[in-house]
Design a protein around this ligand. Structure first.
Ligand SMILES: [Mg+2]
Length: 289
């Protein structure tokens, strides 16, 4: 009897242990299935997110820096649409020094030093003079642009290269309309541009100030992610790059302004925001047709 009772007890304990093991086994299987399901959902979601993100990022990165997507071509004027070795801007530069010398009764060396410090600190000499000496911008601009543009040669090849670009072509300059008309007329490329946005249009706020770019974009009305900008000063390409434009630096060993900025610690040829560094604008435009 005792044996039967013990046997029964053993049998019940065995059943209990067996059931407990079975429950544990089922629980582990269910847990395993649940974990697998959670892992699968996580992977699927991650994959779906990556699928959703990658083409947009890759597309943007591929587009910016290239030219196939470009609808609007933005060109600076001085030392960009004509080579710096013509020394045309040199004339403007010298007259800026003369203007400051007369305005503040300084010798030419000191006037030049002040001019360059304003150029570096405020973007243009004019902006520095307006900020620090409250000058009339028109007086200054008329004076400094009274130069001899005959040093520029007509450039039919550049005109053809610009004409071959598909899309809108505009000029964004820290100079004036009158100066742009003189230069473009002399080079023989005026007809290729839809518009000139000058320093007066920008309310005398120059590149590289953000406000100048905002006014330019609002005025011309274009998609900055489908645009390219050509400039001789690397610092003026930082914001265009941030706005999604393809950036091209037209460099020249004779460009004293660009060398001055770089020497003073500003952006130069090696700046990260510059996609292309070129010397021959016509050849480059021909190469991207
Ligand atoms: Mg320039």
């Amino acid at each position: 009897m005792r044996f039967r009772v013990q046997s029964l007890r053993r049998s019940k304990r065995f059943k209990g242990l067996a059931l407990s093991a079975a429950y544990r086994c089922i629980a582990e299987v269910l847990w395993s299935l649940q974990a697998t399901a959670i892992w699968s959902i996580t992977v699927a979601l991650k994959f779906a997110t990556e699928i959703d993100q990658v083409p947009e990022q890759a597309g943007h990165e591929t587009a910016q820096g290239g030219f196939d997507h470009v609808e609007t071509w933005v060109f600076d004027l001085d030392n960009t649409l004509y080579p710096a070795h013509c020394n045309l801007f040199d004339q403007v530069d010298k007259r800026m020094g003369s203007f400051i010398s007369q305005l503040l009764d300084l010798d030419l060396v000191e006037a030049k030093r002040l001019q360059k410090s304003y150029f570096y600190e405020y973007g243009t000499t004019l902006r520095g003079l307006m900020t620090c000496h409250d000058i009339n911008p028109t007086d200054f601009l008329d004076f400094v642009h009274d130069i001899d543009v005959s040093v520029l040669e007509a450039n039919a090849a550049l005109g053809e290269a610009i004409a071959a670009l598909e899309g809108r072509k505009v000029i964004f300059t820290n100079g004036t309309h009158a100066h742009a008309e003189n230069v473009l007329g002399q080079v023989g490329i005026r007809d290729h541009f839809e518009a000139v946005f000058d320093i007066a249009d920008a309310d005398y706020i120059p590149k590289p100030d953000q406000e100048a770019y905002d006014k330019f974009v609002a005025h011309v009305r274009f998609d900055t992610t489908k645009a390219a900008m050509f400039e001789d000063l690397a610092r003026n390409l930082a914001l265009p790059h941030a706005m999604g434009m393809t950036t091209v630096l037209v460099r020249s060993p004779e460009n004293e302004s660009a060398a001055f900025i770089q020497k003073a610690g500003g952006a130069g040829d090696d700046a990260d925001h510059v996609h292309h560094v070129i010397e021959d604008l016509t050849a480059f435009l021909d190469s991207i047709k």
